[in-house]
Design a protein around this ligand. Sequence first.
Ligand SMILES: C[S@@+](CC[C@H](N)C(=O)[O-])C[C@H]1O[C@@H](n2cnc3c(N)ncnc32)[C@H](O)[C@@H]1O
Length: 266
Amino acid sequence: MPASHAAPPKSPAPWGEGFFDADYLRLWSELVPQVRTEQDASGIWSLLGLEPGARVLDAPCGYGRLSLLLARRGASVLGVDWSAALLEEAERRRGDLPPGRLRYRRHDLREPLEEEDMDAAVNVLSSLGYGTEDEDRDILRTVGGAVRPGGRVLIETLHRDAFVASYSRGVRFSQRFADGTLMVEEPRFDALAGRVETSWHWCGPRGSGAKTASLRIYTLTELARLLESVGLQLISAHQGCSSQPFDPAGPDAGGRVGLLARTPSE
Ligand SMILES: C[S@@+](CC[C@H](N)C(=O)[O-])C[C@H]1O[C@@H](n2cnc3c(N)ncnc32)[C@H](O)[C@@H]1O
């Protein structure tokens, strides 16, 4: 079923309305270079021990940047997201991959999926933290619940130590796009809540605009507890989606983290 014809999410969270829209797609998709997506896809392939034919859940999948590459490598991928705009783009990029290899579904991941026989699942590129901790638990329960007993789950995200390391040095992200449009980011960190309230402003040939979001940024310890609280068993921590072990040494406190877990065996 084309993403645009699928049922809308049951109860969109207030923060989510309008954030992952056409502006997000236009600007944010350019922030992740293709080479990074290719590295992520190969890292995921080896971390999850995938083989051609493996059933993989990419949740949330956004505009399908990883779903597409994993399906091209031979996996049978289900990409799930609640953004109609991003799923439409994912469908547009799918090329000639048949539905048996790549399917997309519009769904709010705070609600369970009917699948429970996926071999593995990924939740990557900061796909948690937009709502409350309970909502993140619901999302992780959905992701883990779709995977067969003994299957693997990878969660990849920014973590608090890495964020604070750059925030405390006054590092502020900005990006000049190829057409001259400039985007600047203004984060404000609430250390007690563990949330960063961020505004992005852009201006240039492609117009001007702004977006804001609030993101809960967890420590590794909190992330590990979240996984355990939904019955996922932590296996190892890695540098992002790579198979390199996570190492907190260095000025970026280890950078992004990938937590590899498994669902309990029967
Ligand atoms: C930063 S993007 C990452 C997307 C994708 N994992 C990637 O690597 O490109 C975060 C995604 O989370 C999706 N999302 C956030 N909360 C969701 C929810 N409750 N249900 C479904 N999708 C959700 C957004 O629509 C967006 O596509």
